[in-house]
Design a protein around this ligand. Structure first.
Ligand code: FAD
Length: 548
């Protein structure tokens, strides 16, 4: 068995952490020291070690649900912003899925104008306090940060979070300027990051967006999946309030496909966005998965995060973890499930992952936090059978060692079982976190909607589905993905919906079709509006008439 070791021997980050270990005292949202902002920018200092925000002590936090990581102090934020070398062609902006104007907001931090920095971020991202906490910056802006070529990249995510929290503490949630009402109505299905972004961008353009959410709480995975010690609920609620203040209407306990169909919504609304995510968990398909004590991560996290299961019997939803918990999987869900389980007081929590540590899709920071908290990792190992006692309750699990073969379609090396390497392990709870597919309700009740074999909804490069005026984005088109890619899709869909609505308002005259389906000789094809498209799925700039 390969037990978990810290990820790498000593990275730049680890060295930075040591240098910062004295841990500046945590002062959240300290106002800038004095007077008007200095207008001259200080000289960049990329050689300064990367700043590290203070964190709760692992031994203490492993038993509570309060936030693990805290904010930079103002001094730390300014020292970190000074590490940016202000590249002429800033790769970080391209690297960010929602193109936050990173160098500009870092400059404003240096000038002491933290609220101005918040305004700058909000030009392209209305959920900065959420993103600063859960975005996988290491794969986006920080991955392409030029300072990172030789040293640790600038801590852009932590700076975004600092600015957002500071602004919220000082100015609260303010109204975001929106264009005058257009009278157009758009239905948004689901309330995860894709939908919140699409709704807010449409509201900025003056359209009336109404969000329909199946659950009783808003936020999608942000509320039912990601635990409060990573994303405090007051932060989530405050940023959803920002969207509400823009005039977006939220309707909860409303399952599209059951409460009403897409076709019915279509009669009421000028356009529709589907952002229903991928909340349908996969199972391992091994004997014993239906025993008591076996959960999917989705069910486990929902019971705890959304229904307060850890407070049972003071709440209605029981959840019990016993003494030995095994979480199967290597993604963010697995890390969250393991860390939540740990906080419920078992003797031991193990993570079993069938590939090696290098292939783990979870955020590096979450893996590091889980290891620090005492979760034990077993790499290259997978369960093959679960066994129950006379009461149908799981009590042990058979596993097998794996070895890595050639790369598979995902580009990761394929895990292969090693014959004869089976072993048993006593266990009270198993949490299966091996991925999720789309919930198929809308797909089933809207047969004209084109879907893939994996039941993700097909959308073109503008986010439009096979049905005119119906757009989709986020996990429902990508399968499991990330918060920022979902937000990127939400923004793209809002821009496409705008084009679609404008095209509907001032249609380009339709050209007659010749009998063989070609344009009359000498006429150029129309590019937008309700012009006839000669190919049923040909992308059009404004509304694809073939789909109407
Ligand atoms: P979702 O967030 O899934 O929201 C979809 C919403 O639609 C849900 O609220 C659902 O109830 C609702 N819905 C579904 N069907 C209907 C219907 N028929 N009618 C009405 N409403 C409906 N990504 C990161 O970048 N960083 C992380 O740290 C991270 N951690 C994660 C932790 C967990 C436990 C999980 C499961 C995922 C994590 N991810 C993370 C992935 C990320 O959360 C998702 O990629 C992202 O939330 C997808 O956003 P979405 O808007 O497409 O869908």
């Amino acid at each position: 068995m390969n037990k978990g070791q810290p990820r790498t021997p000593k990275t730049n980050d680890a060295l930075d952490a040591e240098r910062n270990s004295a841990g500046a005292e945590h002062v959240s949202a300290t106002p800038p020291p004095a007077g008007p902002a200095e207008l001259k920018l200080p000289t960049p200092s990329p050689k300064t070690p990367r700043q590290h925000a203070p964190e709760q002590d692992p031994a203490v936090r492993a038993r509570n649900f309060t936030e693990v990581k805290l904010d930079f102090t103002l001094e730390q934020a300014q020292a970190e912003a000074l590490r940016c070398i202000r590249c002429k062609d800033p790769k970080c902006v391209e690297g960010c899925p929602v193109n936050v104007l990173i160098p500009d907001f870092l400059e404003l931090i240096l000038l002491g104008d933290i609220c101005g920095a918040a305004d700058k971020i909000q030009e392209t991202n209305l959920l900065p306090a959420i993103c600063g906490r859960v975005c996988q910056q290491e794969n986006y802006c920080e991955k392409v940060c030029v300072v990172g070529l030789k040293r640790s990249p600038v801590a852009i995510g932590d700076l975004e979070r600092f600015v957002a929290d500071y602004d919220m503490a000082v100015r609260g949630i303010r109204e975001t300027p929106c264009d005058p009402p257009t009278g157009k109505k758009v239905a948004i299905i689901g309330s995860g990051p894709a939908s919140l972004t699409c709704a807010s961008e449409l509201a900025r353009l003056g359209h009336q967006a109404t969000v329909f959410e199946a659950l009783h709480e808003l936020g999608g995975v942000l509320v039912y999946g990601i635990p409060p010690f990573r994303l405090p609920r007051e932060v989530l609620h405050a940023e959803i309030d920002r969207v509400r203040k823009m005039g977006v209407v939220f309707v909860t306990n409303f399952v599209v496909g059951m409460t009403c169909t897409i076709e019915e919504l279509r009669k009421e609304y000028d356009a529709i966005f589907i952002g229903t995510g991928a909340g349908h968990p996969y199972l391992m398909d091994i004997p014993g998965e239906d025993y008591l004590g076996v959960y999917t991560a989705n069910e486990f996290l929902t019971r705890v995060n959304l229904l307060g299961g850890w407070k049972f019997p003071d709440c209605d939803t029981p959840i019990e973890v016993g003494k030995r918990v095994v979480v199967v999987g290597g993604g963010n869900s697995a890390m969250d499930a393991a860390r939540v389980a740990l906080r419920m007081g078992p003797e031991k929590v193990y993570v079993f992952y069938r590939r090696s540590e290098v292939e783990m899709p979870a955020r590096a920071e979450e893996v590091k936090h889980a290891m620090e908290e005492g979760i034990e990792f077993h790499f290259l190992a997978a369960p093959v059978k679960l066994e129950a006692d006379a009461n149908n309750r799981i009590y042990r699990m058979q596993c097998i060692q794996m070895q890595l073969g050639d790369a598979d379609a995902s580009g990761r090396r394929r895990p292969e079982p090693m014959p004869g390497s089976e072993f048993w392990m006593d266990v009270d709870t198993v949490i299966v976190a091996i991925g999720q597919g789309c919930n198929p309700i809308i797909q089933r009740t809207t047969p004209e909607l084109r879907v893939t074999k994996r039941t993700t909804i097909q959308a073109d490069e503008r986010g439009e589905t096979s049905l005119a005026g119906i757009f989709a984005g986020g996990d429902v088109i990508r399968g499991g993905s990330t918060v920022l890619l979902a937000m990127k899709d939400g923004r793209r869909a809002a821009a496409s919906i705008q084009e679609y609505l404008l095209a509907k308002e001032s249609p380009v005259p339709t050209l007659p079709l010749s009998p063989v389906g070609h344009l009359p000789d000498g006429q150029a094809p129309a590019t937008g509006g309700n012009a006839v498209s000669l190919s049923p799925m040909a992308p059009a700039t404004g509304g694809d008439a073939s789909k109407h």
